[in-house]
Design a protein around this ligand. Structure first.
Ligand SMILES: Nc1nc2c(ncn2[C@@H]2O[C@H](COP(=O)(O)OP(=O)(O)OP(=O)(O)O)[C@@H](O)[C@H]2O)c(=O)[nH]1
Ligand SMILES: [Zn+2]
Length: 296
């Protein structure tokens, strides 16, 4: 039976892309995964049965590599985290928070430093060094001189990507440069249309000519630590994870435990102390979040 990718879901129909064709499918029955019911999601790789050139039924949903809630899309390979160097000013605190969420979701990140035309070469290089050290791909871009655009386009090839970043950092400008004609759904639909009306987001995967897809809705719009444990948080810092084997205690949170390899590395600057400070700040925020959301 043929297979394809769900690129859009609307009114009980799933639109499955298979090569150049898009087949409008209904889901046949329920998909059981262990005991849970699985509803097909945009991003799913599915087996379908065609009943005509344009219509069919989804028969099976393949296992997901990742699953995001906002927007609801599966199998995202990477987040394109767009952070402007200026206007708004670059915030490593906010970037570190986004990275906690992408790491926790199990997806890779590409850091895009937008509006590089507004920043000095040395400060740009410093941010690049800081995050390359941790192991991320960092690409400075500018819509004024076009730098970084081809590099970023190459990163998107054959992968499913979600753009993310604060309002005004230049996400739409970038998408327009990368793929003229594609529009990113920006702003909150409910704000535009008034409360309670058309509040449901319908995420759609836009196919790229070079292969791959970009979600038409920005991701990671909520940065609350929902569903994260203290250990999840610690594990979301890549450079800590690499050293955690050297900690005396398994499950070390690298806070006040004796024999902590991560704290030692912070002392010697092997780990960026600023990242470690942000980690400590997030553990406090997480505690506060858990205190406010106690189930009793
Ligand atoms: N100097 C400079 N300005 C830029 C660049 N990219 C975007 N801008 C400007 O920044 C502002 C915001 O850009 P958008 O592309 O709308 O930002 P966005 O992230 O899509 O914003 P939302 O739609 O609110 O999510 C606009 O005035 C752009 O002209 C850049 O590379 N350099
Ligand atoms: Zn430790």
């Amino acid at each position: 039976m043929p297979e394809g990718r769900i690129v859009k879901a609307l009114s009980g129909f799933y639109y499955v892309a298979d090569g150049d064709r898009v087949i409008q499918c209904r889901a046949r029955g329920l998909f059981k995964k262990k005991d849970a019911k699985v509803n097909p999601l945009v991003g799913d790789w599915v087996v379908y049965e065609s009943v005509s050139e344009t219509e069919g039924y989804i028969m099976q949903v393949h296992e997901r590599k990742s699953e995001l809630l906002r927007p609801p899309v599966s199998n995202v390979d990477q987040a394109i985290l767009v952070f402007s160097l200026k206007e708004p000013a670059f915030s490593s605190l906010l970037l570190d928070k986004f990275l906690v969420h992408t790491e926790h979701a199990g997806i890779d990140s590409v850091i895009v430093l937008s509006k590089a035309d507004l920043a000095g070469a040395e400060e740009t290089a410093e941010v690049i060094r800081k995050y390359e050290r941790v192991g991320y791909r960092v690409i400075p871009t500018s819509k004024q001189d076009g730098r970084g655009v081809n590099e970023l386009r190459a990163e998107l090839r054959d992968r499913i990507s979600v753009f993310a970043g604060q309002s005004g950092v230049g996400k739409s400008s970038l998408i327009n440069l990368l793929f003229p004609g594609i529009e990113l759904q920006t702003g909150d639909v409910s704000q535009k249309l008034g409360r309670g009306r058309h509040t449901t987001r319908h995420v759609e995967l836009i196919p790229l000519a070079e292969g791959g897809y970009v979600a038409d809705t920005p991701g990671f719009s909520s940065l609350e630590f929902i569903g994260l444990s203290e250990l999840d948080l610690a594990r979301s810092f890549r450079e800590f994870e690499q050293l955690a084997d050297g900690c005396r205690f398994r499950g070390c949170l690298h806070l006040s435990e004796p024999g902590c390899a991560v704290r030692e590395a912070v002392e010697t600057d092997e780990i960026d102390p600023a990242r470690y400070e942000h980690y400590k700040q997030f553990t406090e925020e997480l505690k506060e979040y858990q205190r406010r959301n106690k189930p009793w």
